[in-house]
Design a protein around this ligand. Structure first.
Ligand code: AMP
Length: 542
């Protein structure tokens, strides 16, 4: 027997239709790439997305075509996304921080047929597009007046292009399982792997993100997604903000402390999200200027572990609630969020920070477990760690082109490559990437725990821990530190600071000071490069 309810496919353009009808006048404010602040609304955005879809169809693009974007978070980028999805196309966000050869490889792998590009990235695109024969059309996110001379093939200014349509277009009727978006993970080993989102997975993910114990957004919020749309759908905010009718503030290409502060302040932003690096810049700006954050209520921090000192500062100095979150491109990307369950509601100070230091618990729609190397489930005791595996309707079941099959098992579990433990209340804590964990005398040492501890020292700007070969213990930890400008903490001082806060055998065997720690295109510490840099390093204990 079947239910007798309507078969209403979960399609992404329905999100924009809803925003335009229920919250039509709500603003989308962008810092444009040309400079000025630009204001539009959900109603106008829908109209312009319809025009984009109409033009894409007129130019011969059809369902399933991959259409790349190389752009910052702006209203135009958002319109183009919905236009691409509305004609049945697949938006393919490119990360401009990758090398041109990597981007060309990714575009060829995806066989992108067109490219929407920001002015900032026209010179980059000029290097890439000649290597990608499938690209037949380039649309530059600007108007005719600002359109540069370019060698890009068949290029046109976005506003000039849009002016040629009236928006008399009906969204394509699609199956909800149809592909709508694509994003390649910046694999630190091997080739990048393509994740393909469906309309259904994006709609469900937006709903999962909105529940109060996840991001908990509403039409009363003003949302600033600093996290780029090319980093796993701006953590879903490009869909969840219109779904609930929240005002959107798009930062364009400026993500420095001053620029972000200006938007937080003038637009009265209540909710924002980004990786820790962005918040380091903002907190530094606040400390230098003595400014406050009277409007901001919540900040979601993820992408890499949120340092304890950062949570403490936001909450104690600025009265802003921090939500530590964990996820992956393969998970659309939300996996867990460290909001507070009633069991922990009474906690204050350090005890509360201990919970917020964890990556959090899974909302409905995400299942997780931790296993040992033989695939045996580990207890949820808050200390036994192992491989973290996940499944759910917004989790990938394969990569585009079939790479990485070993990460998916028959029961639908996806091996995240992260190492974690889960406590009796369901809070998960990442202790490492599987390939970064240090194996010392057969036991595992968590590099993330050591890094978090080290950055708690007031003179440390950034810290990374890697395993160095050791004749007796196999591997031992080396602490690599970037000092704050003008500060000169010594090795003994740092080790003294860490002593007593972790097991004795976890203590780093040595400390080295560097000017810079290498980062990946998504802002994570690039441990492969660091390990290469210290390949021949000899520990004093060896
Ligand atoms: P990406 O797909 O680029 O977003 O990278 C996902 C990976 O980032 C995860 O598998 C984790 O290793 C790491 N990651 C994301 N969020 C966190 C977090 N809150 N703490 C520690 N690692 C994180």
């Amino acid at each position: 027997m079947h239910g007798l309810m309507q078969d209403w496919p979960l399609l992404c353009h329905k999100i924009l239709d809803h925003a335009a009808t229920q919250h039509g006048a709500r603003e989308i404010v962008s810092r444009s790439v040309e400079g000025p602040i630009v204001r539009t609304t959900y109603a106008e955005t829908r109209q312009r997305a319809l025009k984009a879809a109409q033009l894409l169809e007129r130019e011969g693009f059809a369902a399933g075509d991959r259409i790349a974007t190389l752009a910052w978070n702006t209203g135009r980028h958002l319109e183009a996304w919905y236009g691409i999805m509305g004609v049945g196309g697949v938006y393919h966000t490119l990360n401009p921080r990758l090398f041109p050869e990597q981007i060309a490889w990714i575009m060829n792998h995806a066989e992108d047929k067109a490219l929407f590009v920001d002015l900032t990235f026209v010179p980059l695109a000029e290097k890439i597009v000649p290597q990608v024969p499938s690209v037949k059309r380039v649309i530059v996110f600007t108007d005719k007046a600002n359109m540069p001379q370019t060698s890009l093939p068949n290029a046109i200014a976005y506003e000039e292009w849009l002016a040629d349509a009236d928006g008399d277009f009906r969204w394509k009727q699609l199956e909800e399982t149809a592909a709508c978006g694509m994003c390649y993970t910046s694999g630190t080993t091997g080739d990048p792997k393509g994740v393909v989102y469906s309309h259904r997975s994006n709609v469900l993910h937006a709903m999962i993100a909105l529940v109060p114990d996840a991001m908990g957004l509403s039409s009363r919020d003003t949302v600033l997604p600093v996290v780029p749309m090319f980093h796993a759908n701006a953590w879903g905010l490009a869909q969840s903000a219109p779904m609930c009718g929240a005002k959107l503030v798009m930062p364009g290409g400026r993500m420095d402390g001053e620029a972000i502060y200006e938007l937080l302040d003038t637009e009265k932003v209540t909710f924002t999200a980004a990786v820790p690096t962005v918040w380091l810049m903002l907190l530094q700006h606040l400390e230098e200027t003595g400014k406050k954050l009277p409007h901001l209520k919540k900040v979601v921090i993820g992408g890499s572990a949120c340092p304890r000192a950062m949570t403490k500062k936001f909450q104690e100095n600025y009265d802003v609630e921090v939500i530590h979150a964990w996820g992956m491109t393969e998970m659309s990307p939300l996996g867990t969020l460290a909001t507070i369950k009633p069991e922990y509601l009474e906690l204050e100070g350090d005890a509360k920070l201990d919970i917020q230091q964890k990556q959090g618990f899974a909302p409905f729609g995400v299942e997780m477990k931790v296993t040992d190397d033989e695939n045996h489930d580990q207890p949820w005791d808050g200390k036994t760690f192992g491989r973290l595996k996940v499944r759910g309707p917004a989790v990938a079941r394969a990569y585009y082109g079939g790479a990485g099959t070993e990460q998916f098992d028959d029961e639908g579990w996806f091996d995240t490559g992260d190492v974690a433990h889960i406590d009796p209340q369901g809070y998960m804590q990442i202790t490492d990437r599987a390939k970064d964990v240090i194996k010392s005398g057969g036991e595992w040492i968590s590099t993330i725990d050591l890094e978090n501890l080290a950055v708690g020292h007031p003179d440390v700007a950034e810290a990374a821990v890697i395993g160095i070969a050791h004749p007796k213990w196999d591997e031992r930890p080396l602490l690599v530190v970037v000092r704050k400008p003008g500060k000169e903490p010594s090795k003994d001082e740092l080790l003294g600071f860490m002593e007593g806060k972790i097991a004795k055998w976890w203590m780093p065997d040595d400390v080295v000071f560097v000017d810079e720690i290498p980062h990946t295109a998504t802002g994570k510490i690039q441990k492969t490069t660091l390990r290469k840099q210290f390949e021949t390093y000899e520990l004093p204990t060896a």
